[in-house]
Design a protein around this ligand. Structure first.
Ligand code: TTP
Ligand code: MG
Length: 354
C-alpha cells in the first residue's frame, strides 16, 4: 500500500502598522489624520537624530524610517515631531504578544511589533487561516485600539511578504498555488535574511542591480552554495517560493539594526561619524525596548561601487547604551573607511542579543 503524506504548513505573519506613530495617535487622538513623526525634535540639538517611524500621512511627504530628522523637517515642517517613548511601546508590545499567544503557542517574536505564528496545527485550510487572521486583527483592535497587517502563506517568507502587500490594516492570503506568481516581481530585499551585503554579492553575480526574486532563478544551487554556503542553498529555495525555516519557539528577537543610505555618496568623516552616531542612538533605543543585553556590534558599509563590507566585534553581554554601540562600532567603521578611502553610500549598525 502506498501512503502519501502531505506536509501541511500554514504560517501567519503579523506586523503592526506604523507602530510607534500609531501608539502615539491612540494616546493623543488629536494627532490622527495629520503627519506625525516619531524620532527626535528637529528644532533642538541641531536637529540631531533620525526618524524612527512616521504615520502614513507623513509618508506622503516622502518621510521614512531612518531618514535624518532635519531632512524630514525640510520635507514637512508642519508635521508633529515626537520623541521615542520606549516604556509606552514596550508595554503595548507585551499586550500584543499576550494576544498572539492566545492564538497559538508556536509563535516567534521577530521584534516588538512583528511575529510569525504557526497555524499548521491550528487550522485545516486557508479559509480557516483567514478567519484566524481576521479574528487576531479584531482582538488587537478591540483590546489595544491599534491596526496591524497580516499575511498568510505556506511558509515564513511568503507570509512576511504577504503582510506587506496591503498595509495598513491589510489581510493577504497567498495560497500555495499563488506563491510563485506573488513573489516573482518582489525585490530580493523582501526575502528575510537578504541584507545589503548579500544583495550586493547577488548583484555582482548577476551583473546588474534592482534584482527581483525571479531573477535569482538564473543562479544554480552550486553557484549559490559556493558563494554563501548554507545560506546560499536557502536562497536557491526561496527564489522558488520555498522557505524551510521553522517558526522558532524561542520567541526572542535575535538581533536588530538600522541602515541609512546617503542622498549623495560621501567621504566627509564628519558626516559619516554624525550619521553613525544617529543610527547608534536609534539602535540603542530599540535595544532598550527589548530590555536585553547585547553581545555583538556589527557595522555595515557600502561604498560607491556598491561593494559592501561588514565588520563585527563581540564581548561579554552588556546593557546596550548609545555610547557603547557607537564606540565599538565607530572603530570598526573608521578602520574600514580609512582602508578603502572611497565615497560611502550606505552605513548600518546591528546588535546581536546575548
Ligand atoms: P516597522 O514594522 O519596520 O515599521 P512601522 O511599524 O513603523 O511601519 P509599517 O506600517 O511599515 O510596518 O518597524 C516597527 C517599529 O520599529 C517602528 O514603528 C519604529 C521602529 N523602527 C525604528 O525605530 N527605526 C527604523 O528604521 C524602523 C524601520 C523601525
Ligand atoms: Mg510595523
Amino acid at each position: 500500500m502506498l501512503i502519501v503524506i502531505f506536509a501541511f504548513f500554514m504560517i501567519l505573519h503579523l506586523d503592526m502598522d506604523c507602530f510607534f506613530a500609531q501608539v502615539e495617535e491612540r494616546e493623543n487622538p488629536r494627532f490622527k489624520g495629520k503627519p506625525l513623526v516619531v524620532g527626535a525634535d528637529p528644532k533642538s540639538g541641531k536637529g540631531r537624530g533620525v526618524v524612527s517611524t512616521c504615520n502614513y500621512e507623513a509618508r506622503k511627504f516622502g518621510i521614512q524610517s531612518g531618514m535624518a530628522i532635519s531632512k524630514a523637517y525640510k520635507s514637512c515642517s508642519q508635521a508633529t515631531y515626537l520623541p521615542v517613548n520606549k516604556e509606552l511601546y514596550s508595554r503595548v508590545s507585551e499586550n500584543i504578544f499576550r494576544i498572539v499567544e492566545g492564538v497559538s503557542k508556536i509563535y516567534e517574536r521577530v521584534s516588538f511589533d512583528e511575529a510569525y505564528i504557526d497555524l499548521s496545527k491550528v487550522v485545516k485550510n486557508y479559509k480557516e487561516a483567514e478567519k484566524i487572521g481576521e479574528s487576531l486583527k479584531k482582538l488587537i483592535f478591540r483590546q489595544e485600539n491599534l491596526t496591524c497587517s497580516v499575511g498568510i502563506g505556506e511558509n515564513k517568507m511568503v507570509a512576511k511578504i504577504a503582510s506587506e502587500e496591503d498595509k495598513p490594516d491589510g489581510l493577504t492570503v497567498i495560497k500555495p498555488s499563488q506563491t510563485l506568481k506573488f513573489i516573482s516581481k518582489k525585490p530580493i530585499r523582501d526575502i528575510p535574511g537578504i541584507g545589503p551585503k548579500t544583495e550586493n554579492k547577488l548583484e555582482k553575480l548577476l551583473g546588474r542591480s534592482n534584482l527581483k526574486i525571479k531573477d535569482l532563478k538564473a543562479l544554480s544551487k552550486k553557484q549559490l552554495i559556493d558563494e554563501f554556503g548554507k545560506k546560499g542553498e536557502d536562497t536557491y529555495f526561496k527564489a522558488r517560493g520555498k522557505d524551510r525555516s521553522k517558526v522558532g519557539s524561542e520567541n526572542k528577537t535575535k538581533s536588530l539594526g538600522r541602515e541609512v543610505t546617503f542622498d549623495e555618496n560621501t567621504t566627509d568623516p564628519e558626516e559619516i561619524i554624525y550619521t553613525f552616531k544617529n543610527i547608534s542612538k536609534e539602535v540603542s533605543g530599540l535595544a532598550e525596548i527589548e530590555k536585553r543585553k547585547i553581545k555583538t556590534v556589527v557595522v555595515v558599509c557600502r561604498f560607491e561601487e556598491f561593494d559592501t563590507y561588514t565588520r563585527q566585534i563581540s564581548f561579554d553581554p552588556v546593557q546596550p547604551t548609545e555610547e557603547l554601540i557607537y564606540k565599538k562600532g565607530i572603530k570598526l567603521l573608521l578602520r574600514l573607511f580609512l582602508k578603502k578611502a572611497r565615497p560611502v553610500r550606505l552605513l548600518g549598525v546591528r546588535v546581536l542579543f546575548g
